[in-house]
Design a protein around this ligand. Structure first.
Ligand SMILES: Cc1ncc(COP(=O)(O)O)c(C=O)c1O
Length: 452
């Protein structure tokens, strides 16, 4: 009975997959925040190096991973695909459960898959420093690590709620050589404005993005780096799904259900997009499902329309499922899922009916994660507890129906820096929040009406 399905380093995929090449129509354009006209590569140049801008708008199906990036990936990639024997025994049903484990990376999550690529292309373009935001701290530590490898300075704006909950993530970010500020901070004009309005705000990813973008937009030697949402970020993550396809082929399995948690959509897309490609090609027909928190339910309760990527209206407008850019979600422990929007490509696939979405409450996801940890030996990060919970429910449903389903999910990171969340769970202090409809309506009322 194999538990870890492993690929040799030589079998690591050599290309990222760009799903845009396989869509029936080009995805909606990205619009300028001021004029609401489609932006061209030059409009994005103050924020990103040209190689990444070209990847953002690329239409090639596959893009080769430069050897310098593959060399770094080999520190932890290919990542293992685990057969969840312990979980299968616990549930006692006919389902076969597999999970791709991204917690083996140096910072404990999938985030370095794109951080390393982004740092590489920025260094190649002669950029000196990157600014970014971080929710859970996973992205901040990934970019700090990647910048240290390629000789770049790095400045991280960490959502206040997570900054307070996760002191060791902050220490990790500093260990890799980056500077870190709680967001909102008094460092930026936008941060100062937010602090004046509400000095006790827990912050949000939308606010932290505005601060990091402001730093890049007002300093020539600084560029901005985003850990999710954008097309090129999702594409860098597809190495996860490309590896998983190869690994499942080794054990002659085809998934019936593919599951990932979704904050901005990058780990979900990373696992799912290669399977969406196979589904579109007719070689398999899995249900592909994103799982989000009930406290930030963009895919399940948001509107599909153009909105800003940040609270301060500095980023371009993208068409996505959104709860409204002014939305400040409740301080749930899955900090990386507290975002008002969703990746445009994930949103588009949901509209096309190629993927589906559901939402869960955190007390349920932590209860499931504890069960998982006790039989599989891995403590999931708060974000992937949502994927764990959904996979376990699917396996239970398969048991009730007597169906031999093959379930694949992404365990996007471990929770070793998130033990305060588990402590709160055991102390009975975790609260569930369903985001109130009147707050969604109020935030959506501030979204500009843009046709399309
Ligand atoms: C371990 C982990 N999983 C998932 C997420 C959610 O982000 P995304 O939806 O881009 O994968 C985060 C974000 O910080 C994370 O740290």
């Amino acid at each position: 009975m194999t538990t870890k399905i492993l690929l040799a380093e030589a079998d690591m995929p050599t290309h990222w997959y760009n799903i845009v090449a396989d869509l029936s129509a080009p995805p909606p354009p990205v619009l300028h925040p001021g004029t609401h006209e489609p932006v061209g590569p030059d409009d994005l140049a103050p924020l990103f190096p040209m190689d990444l801008i070209l990847q953002e708008v690329a239409t090639d199906r596959f893009i080769e991973i430069p050897e310098e990036i593959r060399e770094v990936y080999r520190m932890w990639r290919p990542s293992p695909l685990h057969r969840a024997h312990g979980l299968e025994k616990l549930i006692g049903g006919p389902a076969r459960i597999y999970y791709k484990y991204e917690g083996v990376s140096p910072v404990g999550s999938h985030k370095p898959n794109t951080a390393v690529a982004q740092a590489f292309y920025n260094a190649k373009a002669g950029v000196e420093k990157l600014s970014t935001e971080t929710g859970a701290g996973q992205w901040g530590s990934a970019l700090a690590f990647a910048c240290s490898l390629f000789g770049l300075d790095c400045e991280v704006y960490m959502v206040r709620a997570s900054y307070d909950q996760k002191p060791y993530r902050k220490a990790l970010i500093e260990t890799f050589g980056a500077t870190i500020h709680p967001s909102p901070s008094s460092n930026t004009e936008y941060g100062r404005k937010m602090l004046e309005t509400d000095p006790d705000t827990p912050g949000s990813l939308g606010i932290a993005i505005s601060e990091a973008v402001e730093v890049a937009a007002t300093n020539e030697e600084v560029k901005y780096s985003l850990g999710s949402v954008l097309n090129h970020v999702l594409m860098h993550q597809t190495i996860i799904g490309e590896e998983a396809l190869k690994q499942l082929a080794l054990v002659e399995e085809t998934p019936d259900v593919v599951i990932g948690c979704a904050g901005g959509g990058s780990n979900f897309a990373g696992l799912a997009f290669p399977f969406v490609r196979e589904k579109m090609a007719g070689s398999m027909d899995p249900v592909i499902r994103a799982v989000e928190p009930a406290a930030a339910p963009s895919l399940t309760r948001g509107s599909y329309q153009f909105d800003f990527g940040d609270t301060g209206q500095m980023t371009p407008l993208v068409k996505m499922h959104t709860l409204g850019h002014p939305f400040v979600p409740a301080p749930i422990h899955a900090g990386g899922l507290r975002y008002h929007g969703m990746a445009p490509l994930v949103s588009y696939l949901k509209e096309e009916g190629l993927i589906e979405a559901t939402s869960l409450h955190q007390t349920e996801t932590f209860a499931r994660a504890v069960e998982f940890a006790r039989v599989e030996g891995i403590v999931p990060g708060p974000e992937p507890t949502h994927a764990v919970a959904e996979a376990m429910s699917e396996a239970e449903k398969a048991k009730e129906a007597g169906e031999e389903k093959v379930i694949l999910f992404n365990l996007s990171g471990h929770g070793h820096f998130d033990m305060a969340a588990y402590q709160a769970y055991f102390a009975g202090e975790l609260e569930d929040y369903a985001h109130p409809q009147d707050e969604i309506d109020a935030a959506m009322a501030q979204v500009p009406a843009v046709a399309g």
